[in-house]
Ligand binder design. Structure first.
Ligand code: AVW
Length: 316
């Protein structure tokens, strides 16, 4: 008779994988969430973003009351976007014209580039996004009204408390955009297209841009260093995005790897083939760049200057 051990082992592996898939290790509401929220709020208004965006009139304590009332003492899956209406109304800010930056798949890079709102303003630079970034929160019907043991994964409810919050936050953010808006997307992902109609950007931001207020949608399509380009501005999901943008009445433009962003990637990988800058020679009249290396997909990089805002050259 064969040993039962392999069967037991297979069954155990299956059980463990199912447990992991079901998210039994999900954290509950972040401990001390109230203190974190109110502390961040004061930091935002008095120190960190003091002059970036217009201040709001609501106190930090009132904001916490409105935020927590949106989901506490409710079953976690019963929270809808509308529950956050009063909080979003109280905390929304005007975004300076031409400064709105959306993103998909490039969370860290986009925030490095946006530079805490100095270069561009992301959702996470607004008060609404800043206060909730990285926090876990969900309700329960019994006291204390929030579940500190386990919050469901987003896919366990039609609309989980956190998902409903971020969906509403995205809509509010997109509705406040004006002029040129920019979206940074990942052109190197093999698992999913750079633009997806079911991403937060595709579902809750692009459709909420105001016609006549927003003029054009500009894409920065970023590719990882020395990785294959899954998509470029001229193919794949970027064509779909162009159609979706134009059909909404905005003009569309797309840049593959603006040099400013390439240089940012190179900060961490200065020795990478794509990061080799031209050798500078000091001449009597100034600096002259010379190039002696051949690259397959990178144009010559003449200046290491970080370009800002408009007219960014690209690595096409
Ligand atoms: P993303 P998006 N379950 O990089 O356009 C758990 O794909 O969607 O870009 N977490 C999720 C889920 C989910 N189903 N979907 C998204 N996330 C979280 C707000 C996850 O943490 C900003 F303004 C992932 O790293 C951007 O323009 C993050 O959402 C836009 O929405 C981003 O997902 C970015 O959302």
């Amino acid at each position: 008779m064969s040993s039962p051990l392999p069967i037991l082992f297979t069954a155990l592996s299956y059980y463990l994988s199912v447990q992991t898939t079901l998210g039994d290790n999900n954290p509950g509401t972040t401990p001390n969430i109230q203190n974190i929220f109110i502390g961040r709020c004061y930091d935002y208004e008095l120190v960190k973003y003091k002059t970036l965006l217009p201040p709001i009139t609501e106190t930090c304590e009132n904001l916490w009351t409105k935020f927590s009332a949106s989901f506490s003492y409710m079953a976690p899956c019963d929270v809808t976007m509308n529950h956050y209406d009063s909080y979003m109304l109280a905390a929304s800010q005007k975004i300076p014209v031409n400064k709105t930056m959306f993103w998909s798949g490039v969370k860290e890079l986009v925030h490095e580039y946006a530079a805490n709102g100095q270069r561009y303003v992301t959702l996470e630079d607004t008060l609404i996004g800043y206060l909730a970034e990285g926090l876990v929160f969900c309700g329960q019907e019994s006291a204390p009204g929030m579940n500190y043991s386990r919050c469901p994964s987003w896919w366990e409810c039609p609309f989980e408390a956190g998902e409903a919050f971020w969906a509403h936050a995205s809509q509010t953010f997109a509705s406040a955009a004006s002029g040129q808006v920019t979206v940074m997307l990942d052109g190197s992902s093999t698992g999913k297209p750079a633009y997806r109609q079911d991403s937060f950007f595709g579902k809750y931001e692009l459709p909420y841009l105001k016609k006549g207020v927003v003029t054009n949608v500009r894409v920065f399509l970023v590719h990882a260093l020395d990785a294959p380009m899954s998509e470029t501005c001229l193919n794949g999901s970027l064509k779909l995005l162009e159609e979706d943008v134009v059909s909404r009445g905005f003009s569309f433009s797309c840049l593959d790897d603006p040099l400013a962003i390439l240089h940012l990637l190179c900060v961490d990988e200065p020795a990478d083939r794509e990061c080799k800058l031209a050798t500078d020679h000091v001449t009597s009249g100034g600096r002259l760049a010379s190039h002696s290396f051949a690259l397959t997909r990178q144009p010559l990089i003449i200046s290491a200057k970080l370009d800002r805002f408009d007219g960014l050259p690209s690595r096409g």
